[in-house]
Design a protein around this ligand. Sequence first.
Ligand code: A2P
Length: 327
Amino acid sequence: MTINETIQVANSQMPTIGMGLWKLEQDQAAKAVRDAIAIGYRHLDSATDYANELQVGDGISQALAEGLCSREDLWVTSKLWNTDHRAEHVRPALERTLKDLQVDYLDLYLIHFPIALKHVPHDHHYPADWLYDQNDPNGKMQLDAVPLSETWAAMEEMVEAGLVRHIGVCNFSTGLIHDLLTYAKIPPAVVQVESHPYFTQEPLLRLCRERNIAVTAFSPLGALSYVPLNMAKATDTVLEEPVVLTAAKRLNKTPAQIVLRWGIQRNVAIIPKSSNPERLRENLQLFDFSLNDQEMVDISALNRNQRFNDPGEFCERVFGAFHPIYD
Ligand code: A2P
């Protein structure tokens, strides 16, 4: 099965494999991004919340200054944080991201979570996090009553202003996607959600396919990112599943390459993160082999609806606030 190196996003082509930037340390980010572009990455998945956009921006501008590629060759995604959902906060939030990333426009701007939190002025604390006051040991999450339709309308204005080429959402359920489609003047170009063999998200993928919305899978390798955060156990890794190991042996590829290839062979984009240059390279090399139909079926059958990134769970555990967004 041939899978293209780009995926259709509205009237554009987005590179199928992106570099995930969540948890990339500030002191490594500039070099990691520059080096990733040097080895062929053309899609960067950033977010205000990752607290490294300034350093990612340094990496991008270094790569552009070296002539490794042009701005037009890059696909740069970022995300609006929960504290900037009110209409009047969307443009300033985007402008800060553009300034930090040192770009004039984004290819894609996403609503990071369907949760509006009380606005934190940027000169008070930037980037804001889940808690309203980071310095208060008893700090709480504080919700704000902002309908997603208000935020979406402000996102649409950013397209009309030429600051972003496409807009979309992250961490939305099928119900919220249905609702968004009822009021969107510009339909979402991309939905970004967690997906891996333990969490295949078939209904959501099918809904998006039928509505011409591209899907980007975050955490395409599953548990690995979450073990150090105590959000998964080491034994939750999909990389040791016999069907993955057997396919890896047949194709002479690593288990990670098998799992990532399964991801792109479902016609979704993937954004694996690695701070290791060898693994970064490995994660790009997915186009010279393919899984057969049986391997696709067997890997998909590993699904156990296991979500690792669930604010309803971690916000309660870490911040004592129960605000589930999934049933
Ligand atoms: P590291 O940064 O040390 O390479 P995901 O993007 O699915 O959340 O996965 C990210 C996690 O997976 C990180 O812990 C990363 O570790 C690890 N990882 C990324 N690529 C590979 C790979 N090719 N093989 C094994 N582990 C990987």
